[in-house]
Design a protein around this ligand. Structure first.
Ligand code: UDP
Ligand code: MG
Length: 309
């Protein structure tokens, strides 16, 4: 009998825990037909509401429901990692608890696994119900990523993925502290089938991602999967050297021909501030990478478990 492990990160989702379970369990006839069992691992990411109690209630009703509870909020990436590390299944699927990743897609996803794909990924083709500004920036981010990173990161990709044990073991072999799961999925490779669906709005509660949080997250993604900003810094430096050299030659020639009337301090001030700005900007970029390296070198655990069911 094959086992499917479902990893569900939750942060302040008391209203959704049971709803998700009810929706997921609708696949039971399909699982029975396949001769497959499942285990559901809710990862409580340091919730401040009754998420833990809700999961505990479910666990008492159905022992296939498990819980890993963090000592504080470590973020969704840490939740996914903890979930993956605790899975025992032959197949692993990661899903959001707010039902934005419809469990009804699972039979279709399994049909591709049966065809021989190692992983079946989902992307939403619409962003209906999302603030337009957020969609716009999301699109820009994916476009930029496609150009500056060798790892494929697909627009609208969700973390909703069905994977074989082999793929998850590959993901777990990546021990980095600054985790950007969408990039990690692409980085490990394997045959991936993409299926598309219309955006679904979350059933209850609020999104946990403010615009600011998403912006920081996207910067994290860029730095984790691309060193192009460093090259840009170097390139800008070279450009400025070339411009300075050309200006030097021009000024020498001009002085030899027309002499050297004093003046031009405003232009000097402009140049000095511009160059200082560019320098600080480049140092800032280098600093960001250094900061990431610092966090990696510290080798801190990515999450701390307080309770396990
Ligand atoms: N989540 C989490 N830790 C966090 C933030 C979010 O585990 O710090 C979970 C959340 O409970 C949900 C999933 O990650 O199951 C996606 O979050 P959300 O629905 O808020 O994001 P969105 O779908 O709006 O991108
Ligand atoms: Mg959501």
């Amino acid at each position: 009998m094959k086992l499917l492990s479902v990893v569900v990160p939750c942060y302040n989702e008391e209203e959704n825990i049971a709803l998700f379970y009810e929706e997921f369990i609708k696949n039971q006839p399909y699982f029975a037909k396949r001769g497959m069992e499942f285990e559901m691992i809710y990862v409580d990411d340091g919730s401040k509401d009754h998420t833990r109690e809700e999961i505990r209630k479910l666990h008492e009703r159905d022992s296939r429901v498990r819980m890993i509870s963090f000592s504080r909020n470590f973020g969704k990436e840490a939740g996914l990692l903890a979930g993956f590390e605790h899975t025992r299944g032959d197949y692993i699927v990661a899903m959001d608890v707010d039902l934005q990743d419809p469990p009804a897609l699972l039979p279709e996803m399994f049909s591709y696994i049966d065809e021989g794909y190692d992983s079946v990924a989902t992307r939403r083709v619409t962003r209906k119900g999302e603030p337009p500004l957020r969609s716009f920036f999301a699109r820009c981010f994916y476009k930029l990523m496609r150009h500056i990173s060798k790892t494929e990161i697909v627009d609208g990709a969700r973390d909703y993925r069905l994977m074989t044990r082999q793929v998850v073991d590959a993901i777990l072999s990546m021990k980095e502290y600054n985790r950007f799961t969408k990039g990690i999925y692409g980085w490990v490779g394997f045959e991936t089938k993409w299926i598309e669906f219309e955006n679904v709005e979350r059933i209850k509660g609020e999104t946990k991602w403010s615009f600011w949080k998403l912006l920081l997250y996207s910067l994290e993604g860029i730095m984790a999967f691309s060193t192009v900003p460093l090259s840009i810094a170097a390139f800008v430096g070279i450009c400025f050297c070339v411009i300075a050299f050309a200006a030097m030659v021009l000024i020498i020639i001009r002085t030899l021909i027309w002499g050297d009337p004093v003046g031009g301090w405003p232009s000097l001030v402009c140049i000095i501030t511009l160059v200082a700005g560019v320098q600080l900007f480049c140092i800032g970029i280098i600093g960001q990478y250094l900061a990431k390296t610092y966090m990696e070198v510290k080798g801190r655990p990515i999450y701390i478990v307080k309770e396990e069911l």
